[in-house]
Design a protein around this ligand. Structure first.
Ligand code: NAI
Ligand code: A1CAB
Length: 271
């Protein structure tokens, strides 16, 4: 069934979702509000109807879902201009890190239907991790619609405790950047060991892709998969001795995730 959506903010995350939606379902009508000319053109290029500001949208527009993908400090200001959509029954979905549904509700008419989502940028290729939290007053029909739309961007999971959203942000929201950083480091290591840059980059990317898919599809856990690569006294053991001595990697990753979680909490307090 065809749906009418509104996306406010079409930067990195907004466009990643938009591209996923329209690739999976070209019958969707997606209005976009995005002040930056080049980003509006990019949105129009994948089939959206893009305007610079809310006031430029068609009169009487009835979006079933309003996705808000602006920076956290702008969410409340944007929502303050969306009262008419709430009155027409829209469900609001914010992807902003840290911004609570209570802060959103504060800017919308009473009883507005509000969902919070923590997506990630692999949504652009239908491989996102889309984590959702709905306030108690969101109808089952609205939840089903939001989940089905976001399923076009990847895997959907619900949480029922909004406080967990800060941890979710630290793991899957920011997580792609950690993996990209690892790919950069593995590529640089390959180059340092004498591989041509293109070869090193290909090996690093395909290895991360293949390992991720195997971890997802295998019927054993990642620790078992790791052991299957590690011949006693072999090359992998030599490398893992570096990664694993003093639980170096675990400590580093835990510290990084804590920093992201703490920043998410701070972003919530400053709104
Ligand atoms: N980039 C990522 O991987 C993820 C980002 N998020 C969240 O998504 C939100 C957006 O982040 P990014 O896309 O990375 O930032 P971005 O800066 O790439 O995109 C924000 C967009 O909002 C536009 N904008 C500014 N004022 C506006 C207004 N009044 N009306 C409409 N659009 C306006 C900007 O021109 C910009 O294109 C943030 O709240 C962030 O916490 C969540 C998960 C992952
Ligand atoms: O860095 C950020 O704040 C956003 C939220 C999760 C990923 N990017």
């Amino acid at each position: 069934m065809s749906h009418t959506l509104l996306l406010i903010g079409c930067g990195n995350m907004g466009f990643a979702m938009l591209r996923g939606w329209l690739r999976e379902d070209p019958t969707l009508t997606v209005h976009v509000v995005e002040p930056a000319d080049a980003l509006r053109d990019r949105a129009a290029g994948v089939g959206a109807l893009a305007v610079p500001q809310l006031a430029d949208l068609p009169q009487g527009l009835v979006p079933e879902v309003v996705f808000v993908a602006v920076k956290p400090n702008l969410v409340e200001m944007v929502l303050a201009g969306c009262g008419d959509f709430a009155a027409r029954g829209a469900t609001f979905v914010s992807v902003a890190a840290g911004v609570t549904t209570a802060a959103m509700a504060h800017r919308l008419p009473g009883g507005a239907s509000i969902v919070r989502c923590m997506p990630n940028t692999p949504a652009a290729i239908g491989e996102g991790m889309m984590v959702l939290y709905a306030r108690v007053d969101v109808s089952d029909a609205a939840k089903t619609l939001v989940a089905s739309l976001l399923a076009t961007s990847g895997m959907v999971a619900w949480i029922d405790d909004e406080a967990q959203m800060d941890a979710v942000t630290a793991i899957s929201g920011s997580g792609p950047a950690y993996v990209f950083h690892f790919i950069e480091a593995l590529t640089d290591a390959g180059i340092a060991l004498g591989l041509p840059a293109k070869t090193a980059a290909l090996l690093a990317k395909q290895t991360v892709l293949g390992a991720g898919r195997l971890a997802m599809e295998a019927d054993v856990d990642p620790a078992t998969l790791r052991r299957q690569v590690t011949s006693p006294g072999g090359t992998t053991a030599a490398a893992l001795n570096v990664f694993m001595s003093d639980e170096r990697t675990e400590k580093l990753v835990a510290e990084a995730a804590r920093a992201a979680r703490d920043r998410s909490i701070e972003l919530g307090k400053s709104n």
